[in-house]
Design a protein around this ligand. Structure first.
Ligand code: C5P
Length: 238
């Protein structure tokens, strides 16, 4: 199920820079050095201030940036937000919404790639029931992914468990970005419910993995990231 999309292999690891301020973010990026070339910056940093300066700083250092702010609003507003962001040199952004929202976003994307959020990896069957979605998680992920591609989006954020079905049933161009990666079994207090290992995610067809706590909370984040890069190098020959 390995993806056939051509991606430099050291860009397949996206580190989720979930830290409370831009200063700690820069420190961590400097500490990780060459081991990480792709960073996801999300809501926590956005609320902390200095978000766009951090984005520009990352881009100036030849790092790729994934802006994970999960835009969700009326189509015209999401489109305007995507148009603004498309000028800044980021590689990915996330949009969470229906067909009209995704189409509007795709029309304004320029060189930015749009990832649609299918079903948050912190949700399981019971949570979907609570939200009123009385359907299978996998079916929901597949239908949302198919429609995202039709709308002109580039890929989806999807758990490693659903990646195999996406690879099997959706056009190979679809980029599959997989968070919820855990090197070992989940701790009982972990909020990620549909987790896989690095190897399982790629063997299931992921193009990229998003890893946060397993690197950030490791005794040596640099070594933890390098370990993941080594395992990616054994999966993808080049
Ligand atoms: O720390 P952990 O490895 O669980 O981090 C996963 C990252 O991926 C977090 O930044 C989280 O917001 C993000 N994410 C996710 N599930 C999605 C989309 C994004 O876990 N569906």
């Amino acid at each position: 199920m390995l993806s056939s999309n051509t991606i430099p292999r050291r860009e397949r690891l996206i580190f989720a820079l979930d830290v409370p301020d831009a200063g700690s973010a820069r420190q961590l990026v400097t500490q990780l050095g060459e081991t990480v070339n792709f960073y996801k910056i999300g809501l926590e940093l956005f609320m902390a201030g200095g978000y766009f300066e951090l984005l520009d700083w990352l881009v100036a250092q030849q790092k790729k940036v994934f802006v994970d702010l999960k835009f969700f609003d009326i189509p015209a507003t999401v489109q305007a937000a995507v148009r603004q962001l498309s000028q800044r040199g980021a590689t990915f952004c996330t949009v969470h919404g229906n067909q009209a929202i995704m189409e509007a976003a795709a029309q304004a994307k320029g060189g930015l790639k749009i990832l649609a959020v299918t079903v948050l990896t912190s949700l399981d069957r019971g949570d979907l029931d609570d939200l009123g979605f009385h359907c299978d998680v996998e079916q929901l992920v597949l239908s949302r992914a198919r429609r995202a591609l039709e709308a002109g989006c580039d890929g989806v954020v999807s758990s490693g468990m659903e990646a195999a079905r996406l690879r099997a049933f959706i056009d190979h161009r679809l980029l599959v970005v997989t968070p919820g990666i855990r090197p070992v079994d989940n701790r009982p207090d972990d909020d990620q419910k549909r987790t896989v290992t690095v190897e399982q995610a790629f063997r299931n067809g992921a193009d990229y993995i998003v890893v946060g706590r397993p690197i950030r909370s490791a005794p040596d984040p640099h070594a933890a990231a390098e370990e993941i890069q080594r395992s990616i190098a054994t999966i993808f020959p080049k």
